[in-house]
Design a protein around this ligand. Structure first.
Ligand code: ADP
Ligand code: MG
Length: 626
């Protein structure tokens, strides 16, 4: 038989005075029921890890009490004092005497309530746990009573409720946390560190309850004063920064049982870690690996690979569709249909990100502050002179590059298909928008005039992105979707080691989805029989050799969905026009039209920008025209 299995928390050894390992035998067979205070201390170990946990539990109680104002005062990182003052419904003397009893709750009446939880707390263990490990005073008054009651509990032993005078609401003071438990106290960090944890808990609760006014003080210094009723964006502004709040994209949706309201960062405001991803379910902060994954997937290719987007996702779902009763602090939940939640969030966020123009805003340095490397200086000069020429021709209205005569272009083109395509662009452009104005420079970049400035587009990055999105879209319709493929007239053979053949065999399904058909062609030789039509410009054997590298690198490291996207990255990169490749007008026109009309995209699948936007205003400032 295992000795007591609660030794998860090292500090509990001290509380319970467990015997040393070699003494177990002597104490075996003497099962004792722990007294109530000990049970509370053990429960406290689960719920109350550090001062921040106390702050969380007390603030949640205030929210459940219907408070519209919550003030939090901390001293010495919470080790000396945590005081939470609310203007909620309060407790009468009878409730006050009961509130500290284990499993004392006013929030669950019947077992059916457990399936329909709408309050923050429901287990009735927070106050009992806190009072088991600190000196606690509560003063509380109900609005309809003239007098308040006050009760003190010192590590589980309590006084009677005494009358006192106080405002409506409840004040809970927690002093000297863990003072009778040196081992637990030892686990507390510096006041600053504990304060960081408290601020994080405060932030989570503040974001989830924007209607409530909240303040946070540390050693009498005001850290936050948050007015209520201004919504999530304003609160993010108060808690983080006004600039960030202003730049966030907003998403609202109600679909089936899921109501989502989200604020999403633009691709350039990615962070180095995932700390700034806040997920809330029915007003409760949660951590959920499905949701994090969905967000990561939604930003795939739109943000640099080592960056994490800042997101604030507020989900509302009927309580019957998930279970909050799976984690002691309720930070994790179990969705009945996590796959559905995953795909809904992924689709909504991705759609939002792709629907807006995410082109990176170029901020030109002040002329007297320009400092760039020699190499990029040269490129920049070349770009600038090309631009100057472009715009001067433009101003005079004589630029051959400016007014593209599509019919002429089409006549010059040798292919009938191109001719037809150009006519289409010509006509659609004339009907809907002014004729696009663009210019290719260094056979690598396209400068395109916009309404209020111009874009510099990386032709390879943009094309890669367009192909990648197209491939994703074709494969996303259902998990069995395949790319259309073409039989090669003459199968292309290549050498393959046994190890390579094994890798291909292991990834049979993936190859099938891509529309790649391979067959053994002799000892150590294989042949490509079919290849995806969309990758018609790609040399099949070259692609397969690179594909084998990707597959070999990924074995056991990433799941099949990520692997698929990695392979699509590779395919898009191979199929895209290259830097240094001269494009004709028709090709440029198609690229720009895909950019604008089909996908508004600002990053290549690898997260590099595809276009940088310059405003005329910036330019005029540089040329001292304003
Ligand atoms: P739970 O929140 O899970 O019910 P707690 O131990 O946190 O358990 O609180 C026990 C009970 O004490 C609550 O159900 C509530 O009735 C009462 N209570 C606690 N804090 C407050 C408060 N700030 N205002 C009013 N009532 C409170
Ligand atoms: Mg509670």
């Amino acid at each position: 038989m295992q000795a007591v299995s609660i030794s998860v928390n090292p500090c509990l050894n001290e509380i319970l005075e467990f015997p040393q390992r070699n003494e177990y035998n002597k104490t075996m067979g003497q099962i004792k029921i722990l007294d109530r205070n000990m049970v509370n201390m053990i429960a406290a170990g689960e719920v109350i890890e550090r001062p921040a946990s106390v702050v969380k539990e007390l603030m949640e109680n205030s929210i459940d009490a219907g408070a519209t104002e919550i003030n939090v005062h901390i001293e010495d990182g919470g080790r000396k004092l945590i005081r939470v003052v609310d203007n909620g419904c309060g407790m009468d003397d009878e409730d006050l005497a009961l509130a500290f009893e284990p499993h004392a709750t006013s929030k669950l009446k019947t077992s059916a309530d457990l399936l329909n939880i709408s309050t923050m707390g429901f287990r009735g263990e927070a106050l009992a746990s806190v009072a088991a490990v600190a000196k606690v005073t509560i003063i509380s008054r109900c609005p309809d009573l003239l007098q308040a009651g006050r009760i003190e509990i010192d590590c589980g032993s309590r006084d009677d409720v005494r009358p006192c005078s106080a405002d409506t609401g409840t004040t809970v003071e927690v002093r000297n946390l863990f003072y009778k438990m040196p081992a637990r106290k030892k686990f507390l960090r510096t006041a600053n560190t504990e304060m960081t944890h408290i601020i994080e808990q405060f932030t989570r609760i503040a974001l989830a309850h924007t209607d409530i006014c909240m303040t946070l003080f540390h050693n009498d210094r005001e850290l936050y004063r948050l007015p209520g009723g201004w919504g999530a964006r304003r609160r993010i502004g108060n808690l983080f920064s006004a600039d960030l709040a202003q730049s966030l994209l907003e998403l609202q949706s109600t679909e089936r049982n899921l109501k989502l309201s989200a604020l999403l960062c633009r691709s350039e405001s990615g962070r180095a870690n995932a700390r700034f991803q806040y997920f809330f379910l029915n007003g409760r902060f949660i951590r959920d690996k499905f949701l994090s994954h969905a967000v990561r997937e939604a930003y795939r290719g739109l943000i640099e690979p080592d960056k994490y987007p800042m997101v604030f996702l507020f989900l509302q779902m009927p309580p019957q569709n998930f279970d909050v009763n799976v984690h002691p602090t309720k930070i994790e939940v179990r969705f009945d249909d996590s796959n559905l939640v995953y795909s809904q969030i992924l689709a909504l966020v991705r759609e939002k990100l792709l629907s807006i123009d995410l082109d990176i805003q170029a901020k030109l340095p002040k002329t007297d502050q320009i400092s760039i490397s020699q190499e990029s200086q040269e490129t920049k000069q070349q770009i600038t002179s090309a631009m100057a020429e472009f715009f001067s021709q433009n101003r005079q209205g004589t630029a051959p590059q400016r007014h593209f005569d599509f019919s002429k272009v089409a006549k010059k083109s040798d292919s009938a298909a191109v001719e037809q395509r150009d006519r289409f662009y010509d006509e659609s452009a004339l009907q809907t928008a002014p004729v696009p104005q663009y210019l290719q420079i260094h056979d690598s970049y396209i400068i395109s005039q916009t309404e209020d400035g111009f874009l510099i587009i990386d032709q390879h990055a943009l094309h890669e992105r367009i192909i990648y999105e197209d491939l994703c879209r074709r494969l996303a319709s259902d998990s069995g979707a395949k790319l259309q493929s073409q039989k090669l007239l003459i199968p292309e053979s290549f050498e393959l080691t046994d190890a390579g053949a094994q890798i291909l065999e292991a990834n049979k399904d993936l190859l099938e989805r891509l529309g790649i058909e391979l067959e053994p062609f002799g000892p150590g030789i294989w042949a490509v029989q079919s290849f995806p039509s969309l990758l018609s410009g790609v040399k099949p054997v070259e692609f397969l050799i690179d594909l084998l590298d990707v597959l070999a690198d990924s074995v056991g490291k990433i799941d099949s969905e990520r692997l698929l996207h990695k392979v699509l990255d590779l395919a898009a990169c191979k199929a895209a026009v290259k830097a240094g490749q001269k494009l004709n007008h028709a090709e440029i026109s198609e690229l720009l039209s895909d950019k604008n009309a089909i996908q508004r995209v600002s990053r290549c699948p690898h997260g590099r920008p595809t276009a940088i936007k310059f405003s005329l205003a910036e330019l005029e400032k540089q040329f001292k025209r304003t």
